[in-house]
Design a binder for this molecule. Structure first.
Ligand code: XIL
Length: 376
């Protein structure tokens, strides 16, 4: 277990102003002060200010990793968000704007929202994750109908050309296929999605080849969820993913990175260390890289105090990262948002979930500290 850095809990509750403003704070020496009786009492030493909470990107970089977060284009108007993203992140993931049905709900593409994110990234020297080219939940109905009727791969090639052609020079990792695994669908554990129905399992290799042809220097990623806990179902998911990767590798398919979404969930108990370790070991032994792509923690146990909830979230985050960061093929960690008020989990549950590094007031929570110390 890595050295634990104890960053004072209080520091983790700094406001964004203190975080951003205290990029460099010189601590005043508050040693003992001696004065002779006839002198005015010495100036009272300033109260010790908590040490600046280190930027997540800086801590990650010290390990040769990146730290990033998913960002919604609509939140770019929030100056506090912008300052925190620029301070903490070296890469961003478009949470929605790059998805097929966000870009082209009808046949006409509208890149305006995605262009806003891309411009923000470019202006601030941030890379982007290309999320995501093929996902069964973001295939616009016109494309689904066309694929079902024509089974014409040109539909997919055209989409890849448009998206990769426009953003490819800013994207280092493309989530080419998102969530291809579903053991309950049979078919060697593959999801029977619209692409599988149209082209069979080959769609995965063909998509990787189409993306690689358009983005020869970027990493080709298969991104998956539901791999972290000790259940028969998640065990099947881990096995199905590994078997898919083995088949792809044996055929020389251009997959070089596995995206582990890492949507942790306290309702499932604590993360299954042996299962995650085994998955990471087998992925590494295939010569593949790993990106942690969508880290957050479902909790929303409103029966507990906020302090307790935040502590449980931080502990689970640290447990998970302590396992995966033992492996030197990890490229980086991205959370699925930064601020609880933007979390997709907010819409999944009755009450606001507290599963991201900052609370709705942009105060860094213990989860922020857990990520920071996991990088140490
Ligand atoms: C989610 C977004 O966060 C939501 O805002 C949207 O309504 C649905 O998609 N796994 C993924 C992400 O790969 O693309 C999903 O993002 C969350 C689950």
């Amino acid at each position: 277990m890595k050295r634990r850095n104890l960053i004072v809990g209080a520091a983790a509750a700094l406001t964004v102003g203190q975080l951003v403003g205290c990029a460099r704070v010189d601590r005043t020496e508050t040693g003992s002060v001696t004065t002779s009786p006839d002198q005015a009492p010495a100036r009272q030493p300033r109260p010790a200010t908590p040490p600046p909470v280190r930027a997540l990107r800086s801590a990650a970089s010290s390990r040769g990793l990146y730290f990033g977060a998913a960002i919604q284009a609509g939140t770019l108007g929030d100056s506090r968000l912008r300052s925190i993203v620029v301070r903490d992140c070296s890469t961003i993931t478009p949470e929605w704007a790059m998805k097929w049905d966000a870009l082209a709900p009808g046949r006409t593409y509208n890149f305006s929202e995605m262009d806003q994110l891309a411009s923000f990234a470019a202006r601030n020297g941030l890379a982007m994750r290309g999320h995501t080219l093929l996902w069964h939940k973001s295939l616009p109905s016109w494309a689904a109908s066309a694929l079902a009727s024509s089974r014409d791969w040109a539909i997919i090639d055209d989409h890849f050309s448009k998206v990769i052609g426009r953003y490819g020079n800013q994207v280092r990792e493309w989530d080419v296929i998102n969530e291809p695994i579903e053991p309950n669908h049979g078919g060697r554990g593959l999801r029977n999605n619209q692409f599988y129905k149209a082209f069979g399992e080959d769609y995965i290799e063909r998509a990787l080849e189409s993306a690689r042809a358009r983005a020869p220097r970027a990493r080709m990623v298969i991104n998956e969820y539901g791999l972290e806990y000790n259940s028969g179902y998640e065990g099947q998911r881990r096995l199905s993913l590994l078997r898919l990767l083995e088949r792809l590798r044996s055929r020389g398919a251009p997959v070089d990175t596995v995206g582990l979404q890492a949507h942790l969930d306290l309702r499932k108990g604590t993360v299954y260390a042996d299962g995650i370790y085994g998955l990471m070991r087998d992925i590494r032994n295939m010569g593949l890289k790993v990106a942690i792509t969508e880290l957050d923690v479902a909790e929303a146990n409103t029966g507990l105090s906020v302090e307790r909830r935040d502590s449980l979230v931080a502990d689970e985050t640290r447990r998970y990262l302590d396992i995966v960061l033992q492996f030197n093929n990890v490229l980086g960690v991205s959370t699925w948002g930064l601020n609880d008020s933007h979390s997709w989990l907010r819409t999944q549950r009755s009450s606001a979930n507290r599963g991201l590094p900052y609370d709705r007031e942009w105060q860094a929570k213990p989860m922020h500290n857990a990520i920071l110390t996991a990088f140490a």
